[in-house]
Design a protein around this ligand. Structure first.
Ligand SMILES: [Zn+2]
Length: 592
């Protein structure tokens, strides 16, 4: 276990606002910061970060916690890994600590470790230039205008030609071979037990997630394939526990600060497009990794900027893909524009042939979706009605009423049809799109009731614990999770310690306990004295209610026994006593 003071040191060194901002664009409102929740789908921000308490909370999906919880939730990491990552971020050295059971790295973390080792291996191969293949790769990159700075920033590498370059390196490492196979870096051949390199003679582009960790690779072939070799020009890592391709955007980590600063992003399809633009000084760019843009990717992008410029290949296939991507972005509440590259070129070849300024002027000439669609449709001979119908299908997906209407106005302007007609057509088309939102996932824990109520008072107000625990010990709490929290508070009280919420979040870092503890946070408006008074009253009322409940259970027990031994006067006397006791307790409180 990591010593508690180290844990605190790491937590305090990582300001939660700064950490969250690496993943979510936040706006200040009063004391708090707000943004779109990274854990559930939403179009209006219900996710808030409280710098004073160093906590986050989402009123939409109910998640909450401190900086450790945030990183765990977002990176799907264990508590220990989150602490390690944040310690690294703050340049704090952690002492060697023994792992508890369950602390071990997850499969996803192991794959990331293998990937990072491979990234270093490939990158060193490229920089050291020790073989012809690496020289060839470097030449290829220089021809594309990739500077040394870009090669280092994106940590581009080279996978050598032989069959066992990485395999040998893997053997000498502490990571099990099996993990490299799971990561798709090594493959097992016909001769069992002799794994070989999956990427050979390829330029390697590490794909990083928002924590900057390598979750996969893209590899571009350099030589013509030998018979039996994979002939694809580009191959990517397979989907793994660390990587699912519809969820990540290539280059977002590298570009995120620039995207936030410019409040706009240029979306391209391939990683070479993204890196070429970055090499030309256009830094607010990321790539959808060669798949059709998914809703998850669109939402990821939206956490950084609403203004999205889609810059796909200029040929027909590219423009159709751009149009489809615009639908996904619109349905998520973004404001996409489509950039058209003349002559069917791709962004990579265009920027190399025409330079940076030419790209910016294309971006400035980009078109809103309606204009793009109508112009392209007219050129292929589509009728106004046809175009309007296609655009209404897009309009139907726009979540905000205001933006939807503005979109319809644009359709009217560009097709010459009346907005009223279009709106009534839209009303017919628009089937109620009910999004499955995370909010409606019934929260089954904590249970509604007295135990939860008393727990939240005790968690929120350490000041009342002595008074409450004088009369009550939580060992008979029925709910196991609440019992663990309450026992922790009770034991701490016995040792004259009074952990507050922030502290408890590090003791119970896993969901749902963490989320529950975070929701116990006091109202900002409430003064401390008032809060303590209310919580004490609530807790004492709960105690009475718990006592009533206990007596009622005893009454039921005795009634059962009377049924089997109706002649026992002792039982009758006991029953009368219990009933009197219940009456007394009920009289003393308002709870029935
Ligand atoms: Zn949420």
């Amino acid at each position: 276990m990591i010593p508690e003071d180290k844990l605190e040191e790491v937590r305090l060194a990582n300001d939660i606002v700064g950490v969250v901002q690496e993943y979510v664009a936040l706006k200040r409102r009063g004391q708090n910061f707000f943004g779109l929740c990274p854990f559930h789908e939403e179009n209006t921000p219900s996710f808030s970060v409280h710098p004073g308490r160093q906590m986050f909370r989402c009123f939409g999906c109910g998640r909450g916690g401190n900086v450790f919880g945030f990183v765990m939730e977002l990176e799907r990491m264990s508590f220990i890994e989150a602490v390690k990552m944040l310690a690294e971020r703050a340049h704090i050295e952690l002492p060697a600590f023994s792992r508890r059971e369950g602390d071990g790295p997850t499969e996803s973390e192991q794959i990331v470790e293998a990937n990072q080792l491979a990234r270093d291996f490939f990158h060193t191969q490229l920089l050291n230039q020790t073989n012809d293949g690496a020289k060839h790769a470097m030449q290829y990159l220089i021809e594309r205008g990739f500077t040394d700075e870009i090669i280092r920033a994106y940590m581009i590498g080279y996978a050598p030609e032989g069959w066992d370059g990485l395999a040998k390196r893997a053997q000498g490492s502490a990571i099990a071979q099996d993990v490299f196979i799971k990561a798709g870096l090594l493959k097992v051949g016909q001769q069992a037990g002799r794994p070989y390199d999956a990427f050979r003679d390829r330029v390697m582009f590490p794909i990083r997630n928002l924590a900057g960790r390598v979750i996969a690779f893209g590899g571009r072939r350099l030589s013509e394939p030998e018979p039996g070799e994979p002939s694809a020009k580009y191959i990517n890592s397979p989907e793994t526990a660390a990587y699912s391709k519809g969820r990540e955007l290539f280059g977002l980590w590298e570009a995120r600060n620039e995207i936030r600063r410019q409040e706009r992003v240029i979306l391209v399809e391939g990683y070479t497009d993204a890196i070429s633009l970055a090499a030309a000084g256009i830094r607010c760019v990321c790539a959808s990794l060669g798949t059709a843009l998914t809703e998850q990717q669109a939402r990821l992008l939206l956490r950084f900027a609403r203004n999205v410029f889609i810059l796909y290949d200029g040929d027909d296939a590219g423009l159709s893909a751009a149009r489809r991507a615009s639908d996904v972005l619109l349905s998520c509440g973004a404001e996409p524009r489509i950039v058209v590259i003349p002559g069917g070129e791709d962004p990579d070849s265009f920027v190399r042939a025409h330079g940076t300024e030419a790209v910016w002027s294309l971006v400035n000439d980009s078109k809103p979706v309606v204009e793009f669609h109508v112009e392209r449709g007219k050129a292929s001979g589509a009728t106004q009605a046809q175009l309007a119908r296609e655009l209404l299908a897009t309009a139907a997906q726009i979540p905000s009423v205001l933006e939807r209407e503005a979109f319809v106005q644009q359709i009217a302007m560009h097709t010459g049809l009346s907005a009223d007609t279009l709106l009534s057509e839209l009303a017919q088309q628009r089937k109620p799109i009910q999004r499955q939102s995370a909010v409606r996932q019934a929260q089954t824990w904590p249970p509604k009731g007295i135990e939860t109520l008393i727990s939240s008072s005790l968690i929120r107000s350490p000041e009342i614990r002595d008074r409450v625990f004088q009369e009550w010990s939580p060992e008979h709490t029925r709910d196991e999770r609440l019992k663990k929290i309450l026992i922790h508070l009770f034991d701490a009280h016995m040792g004259h310690r009074y952990p507050d919420i922030t502290h408890l979040l590090s003791v119970f870092p896993e969901s749902p306990e963490r989320d529950f503890i975070a929701t116990c946070e006091a109202d900002d408006e409430l003064e401390d004295d008032k809060r303590i008074e209310i919580d004490l009253k609530t807790a004492l009322d709960c105690l009475k209610a718990l006592q009533v409940e206990t007596v009622r259970n005893q009454i039921n027990d005795v009634k059962q026994r009377i049924r089997t031994e109706p002649e026992n006067p002792e039982l009758t006397r006991l029953l009368m006593e219990l009933i009197a006791r219940e009456k007394e307790l009920r009289g003393a409180s308002n709870i029935t």
